[in-house]
Design a protein around this ligand. Structure first.
Ligand code: IVH
Length: 691
């Protein structure tokens, strides 16, 4: 394609993608099928790679992330980011109204809005293009998180129309919807990471990640609610909201104008109930004076505007009786104490169980069986016990004695120094741990044996047919035919019975057979080594190439791999030091599973870089970091995460941290630019070719 045609096509594709993004993420009204959308985006990515000089900084391809930040730059806010005065009662709102009336002397109209429970953000647009995104920080200056914010699909990179100010700031809240929060925590648990306590923590953790490609996977969203600055031509705050909506921002549909305090109270009461039906968290309501002139007259205190106030919902709390405590054993052997409660209505659902977290928390609360306890549903999805009504404690209340043996296999529990959880160490003999490992092994992202889903693996275990994943490959038709399984279907919420008839058995055996073709990195993930999630497994597979090399790797060799730190390295070493695990691998290998990369993850172009080890750091002009690394692999080189004496080259981009440079200089590692790198693989400096 000629450059001139490419330019036109890029402009067309960018507009189309922007329009569909807005319809989908802001208006929730998709206007294109996913597949067709992906085709448009792929074409744009391809064209921008072919003609990098035509890629615009506001291109929708920025959404996928890719740039890595070393640390966030501190930026001073043009308008201080103040907080709001909190109120908790009708009286406090009445005195807020009186204060306002006294100062303005006029009738006042208010706007009531939801108070989003997320992370505050200020976005700056110049000539309709997003140029900067800064967190609240201490209110005076915050972190520049622009690269990460650009991956949030509902945030416009380029505004619609032309009636926006040339240079302005808009403020809002980044949030994580419940569905994405749930998915993210499930993945963290699967990867052996600590789950986030609530969506707000998950949002703030996500927005501070250094790898924007990771942020883009988190499905963050954002609502906007404030245009600071006095040079706008609008008369009211409500007009500002409508205008911002027309520029493409996501503005809550629940912002309403109220003429009286009574209307405000109605708004509060109805949202206090209805908030549980929203797909994201709110923690109150914000009440703002609508007229911007009146806002100006009212002004600010040192900490907050006098023209706005928040009403915070109390975390809904009920009292109920603690009947007993049971203990659950997870896939990793971690023991979770669970409170069994007298069923009670809370925040729209009947609560029967609540988390008691761990032994330390039980001791700190001094909670006893038979106590009346306060149960709260805060930001967290699982309710928790946050206190005891001591006045109602009876003499019969009995202290909780944390179990010392596993409730499933009776092994003595252990606790590692510094960790709060107790563990059952009987990894290979404790039923829920064995079943958990098997479930993980067959799961979609691992060996993907879906014919063993819906409780079938449990049946195989209960019938003594499988104890570990290698046993799956020894199963025969005769062992399976005629077995029966009952399971609770999650969709239908009722028990279903399945008999293993001819078709089921054939499906199972075919599924197991097909799994032998699953690639090495997924087999590695399927083994369920603690902290070896999907990404880590991929990095290990491409670095070591085969399980033998990984099994032989010592600590230093492991931490040299990108993203592998102390915790993961220790866990891998521990896993490979167990004889039973080595035997497991031998059996799986004998069954035909793949334990090496037949072909590298990236197709080989040349062997020019064979034997050379690279560290890639910073931001590059012609490559994304990922592409640069793929190119290295495609020419036979290896990528590592940290510089050591073994590193051959440090490819340095812009904004590379000084620490890396110093270390490279100290160890005598050659530092090269991306252009030097081109020469290395024999590409003229002025021509950019991707692998
Ligand atoms: S207005 C100067 N509106 O609550 C006033 N804030 O406690 C600017 N928040 O830092 C804030 N929803 O992060 C406003 N509809 C809303 C809000 C909201 C959530 C947050 C915001 C602010 C904090 C104040």
């Amino acid at each position: 394609m000629e450059k001139i045609q490419a330019k036109e096509r890029i402009a067309f594709l960018s507009d189309e993608i922007r329009r569909h993004n807005h319809n989908y993420y802001v208006l929730s009204k998709p206007t294109i099928r996913d597949f067709e959308f992906d085709m448009l985006l792929e074409e744009l990515i391809r064209l921008e790679k072919e003609f990098p000089e035509l890629a615009e900084p506001d291109s929708p391809t920025q959404r996928v992330g890719g740039d890595i930040t070393k640390e966030f730059r501190q930026v001073q806010h043009k308008y201080q980011m103040l907080s709001l005065g909190n109120t908790y009662s009708e009286e406090e709102i009445r005195s807020f109204g009186e204060r306002i009336h006294k100062i303005t002397g006029d009738d006042v109209e208010y706007v009531c809005e939801l108070k989003f429970d997320g992370v505050a953000i200020g976005l700056t647009y110049q000539n309709g293009i997003l140029v900067q995104a800064v967190t609240r920080g201490d209110g005076v200056s915050g972190d520049d998180v622009t690269t990460n914010v650009k991956t949030i699909k509902s945030i416009p990179l380029k505004l619609q129309g032309s009636r926006f100010p040339e240079d302005f700031e808009i403020r809002g809240e980044i949030i994580l919807p419940h569905a994405s929060f749930k998915k993210m925590n499930e993945k963290r648990l699967e990867d052996g990471d600590e789950p986030f306590a609530n969506p707000r923590n998950a949002t703030s953790g996500s927005i501070k990640m250094l790898d924007s490609a990771e942020v883009s996977k988190r499905n963050l969203d954002a609502f906007f609610y404030y245009l600071p600055g006095t040079d706008l031509h609008f008369k009211t705050h409500y007009e500002c909201l409508l205008a911002a909506r027309s520029w493409g921002f996501k503005i809550s549909e629940y912002a309403v104008r109220c003429k009286t305090l009574e209307e405000i109270f109605d708004y509060i009461i109805s949202w206090n109930k209805a908030r549980h039906e929203l797909p994201y968290d709110i923690d109150g309501v914000v009440i703002k004076v609508n007229n911007l002139k009146q806002q100006e007259i009212l002004g600010y205190t040192a900490k907050s505007p006098r023209w706005a106030i928040s009403y915070k919902f109390r975390a809904e709390q009920v009292t109920t009786k603690l009947l007993s405590v049971s203990y659950q054993v997870g896939r990793t052997g971690a023991i979770t104490p669970v409170a069994n409660l007298q069923p009670v209505q809370l925040a729209g659902t009947v609560v029967r169980r609540a988390s008691l977290h761990n032994a330390d928390i039980i001791a700190a609360l001094d909670v006893r069986i038979g106590d009346m306890v306060f149960v709260e549903k805060g930001g967290e999805i699982i309710p928790k016990i946050n206190g005891v009504d001591l006045e109602l404690r009876s003499n019969e209340a009995t202290p909780i004695v944390f179990i010392s043996n596993c409730p499933e296999c009776d092994s003595a529990l252990i606790r590692t120094a510094g960790e709060s959880a107790w563990y059952c160490p009987n990894e290979n003999g404790c039923p829920p741990q064995i079943k958990g490992k098997l479930e993980h092994f067959i799961s979609r992202k691992a060996m993907n044996i879906d014919s063993l889903g819906e409780g079938k693996i449990e049946t195989l275990f209960d019938n003594g047919l499988v104890y570990n994943c290698a046993d799956l490959y020894d199963l025969t038709y005769d062992q399976l035919i005629g077995l029966e399984t009952t399971y609770e279907s999650t969709d239908e919420k009722k028990e279903r019975k399945i008999s293993f008839r001819d078709k089921t058995v054939t499906n199972i055996l075919n599924g197991i057979e097909a799994s032998k073709k699953v690639s090495f990195e997924r087999v590695l993930y399927a083994l369920g080594i603690r902290f070896v999630g999907e990404t880590v497994a991929r990095k290990l597979a491409s670095h070591f190439g085969a399980i033998n090399a990984l099994a032989k790797a010592d600590y230093d060799a492991l931490v040299e791999v990108e993203e592998i730190g102390d915790k993961i390295a220790q866990s891998i070493l521990a896993w490979f030091s167990v004889r039973r695990n080595i035997e497991l691998i031998e059996r799986l290998r004998a069954s035909g599973l793949r334990f090496n990369l037949d072909e590298p993850l990236v197709a080989r172009i040349s062997n020019t870089l064979e034997g050379l080890t690279f560290v890639v750091s910073g931001v590059f002009t012609n490559f994304s970091r990922e592409d640069l690394k793929k190119t290295i692999e495609a020419h036979g080189g290896k990528n590592t995460g940290s510089i050591s004496a073994k590193t051959s080259y440090l490819v340095a981009g812009e904004n590379m941290g000084p620490e890396k440079r110093r270390k490279a200089e100290k160890l005598g590692v050659k530092i090269i630019s991306e252009f030097d790198f081109h020469s290395l693989i024999g590409i003229p400096q002025n021509r950019v070719t991707l692998f």
